[in-house]
Design a protein. Structure first.
Length: 401
């Protein structure tokens, strides 16, 4: 009986151990009303700040669309010589103020692929305006990777290959039409993007440094430094922006080359565009300067500048990125406005403002409205930056509802 009881106890012990080691099946709980998965939502508890920001940014559809548009815009500006079918400075008297050419696919009821007809200009005896009609005697197919005028890609690589064209020198492809001197509007718009888009990035980079440095000093040290910086910001903000830009731009010598004028305009816009960022940085520094990690850095012997740029700035870098994204379109509009008024970039420089300046007359609006196409690029770019800025601003605070 004792043996049987021992055997029974041993077997029971094995049975207990087996039951303990046996994995339990996962509990399946039905989804609550509304179909929300609480387990999926709780994964945010194990995500980093940047993962939460990225996830929230991807939910902002307009921000995603704006990011794609900006990426395409900057790629087009970067590869403008390759994408342009013609030299932006080449004049063609036979195509003065020629309308945008229509790309056709069918001829005589048959599919022939993309092609264009040459344009023939004739004077209207009543209005004395040149009227263009398509010469249907011969179709010129649009080919990819054709040979054209020589250029340097990125200013370094000599090339003659262009994305598309007819391959016939006397038959151009003016998808956006031509201006009063017969220059291709598409090529000039793409090359103008190089200045108009880059001036925003360069100007914001300078404003970024000035805003963080000046705003950080005011918020970190406080006292007299804070008071002086606040009064300086109030003074600059109280001055109307456009007259101030006009006054400073008018002081630039008209004989300066394009590169020197570009640099001067960028510096002017940067020196006047740091105030908003400086106020944001100052407010954040006032809230962070007594934080534990800042006090620990001081006790550890860190100097003030490393504390500002290594410890404090990264803690709210997302807010700075959002503020800068909303600042870039303001600088693009500022350059466009100054060039439009004749106080910014000047011909032979090519920017969107310079192109719009050439179209500021009733004649253009009535007879050659395609010369206003660069203005559409300005509008689309500014809207895209605003959408991206809104998305980044929402993503900067991923815990907000």
């Amino acid at each position: 009986m004792t043996a049987n009881g021992g055997a029974t106890g041993t077997e029971a012990g094995h049975e207990v151990r087996l039951r303990i080691r046996r994995p339990f099946p996962p509990a399946v709980s039905p989804l609550p009303e509304g179909g929300r998965d609480e387990a999926a939502e709780n994964r945010d508890d194990f995500s980093s700040q940047w993962q939460l920001m990225r996830r929230r940014f991807l939910k902002h559809r307009l921000a995603i669309i704006g990011s794609v548009v900006l990426l395409l815009m900057y790629l087009a500006a970067l590869f403008a010589p390759f994408l342009s079918p013609h030299d932006p400075t080449q004049r063609n008297v036979a195509y003065r103020e020629a309308p945008p050419q229509r790309v056709r696919l069918f001829a005589d009821g048959r599919l022939r692929g993309p092609f264009v007809y040459a344009l023939i200009g004739e004077k209207d005896r009543e209005t004395y305006k040149t009227v263009y009609r398509a010469d249907r005697s011969r179709a010129y197919p649009i080919r990819l990777f054709v040979q054209g005028h020589s250029y340097r890609l990125f200013g370094l690589v000599p090339m003659k290959v262009h994305l598309f064209g007819t391959g016939v020198e006397d038959v151009p492809v003016h998808l956006f039409g031509a201006d009063a001197l017969g220059r291709d509007v598409l090529a000039r718009t793409l090359h103008g993007a190089q200045i108009s888009l880059s001036i925003g990035l360069v100007g914001v980079a300078i404003s970024f440094f000035l805003g963080i440095l000046i705003g950080g000093v005011a918020g970190y040290f406080g006292g007299t430094a804070d008071e002086v910086v606040n009064r300086l910001i109030d003074l600059l903000i109280s001055i109307p922006s456009l007259p101030l830009w006009m006054g400073l731009s008018a002081a630039l010598p008209r004989g300066w080359p394009v590169a020197q004028t570009y640099l001067a305009i960028t510096i002017i816009l940067s020196l006047l565009g740091w105030t908003t960022l400086a106020r944001v940085v100052r407010g954040k520094f006032l809230a962070l300067r007594e934080s534990d990690f800042v006090v620990a850095a001081r006790i550890g012997g860190r100097r003030d500048l490393p504390i500002i740029f290594i410890h404090m700035v990264p803690s709210f870098l997302s807010h700075i990125i959002a503020a800068l994204t909303l600042t870039i379109p303001g600088m693009i509009l500022a350059e466009t406005s100054l060039s439009f008024l004749g106080l910014g970039m000047q011909a032979p420089a090519i920017s969107w403002g310079v192109l719009l300046k050439a179209a500021q007359n009733v004649h253009t609006l009535a007879l050659a409205p395609w010369l206003m196409i660069p203005g559409l690029f300005v509008i689309v770019t500014v809207l895209a930056f605003n959408f991206v800025g809104d998305g980044l601003r929402d993503a900067a605070d991923p815990y907000a509802n």
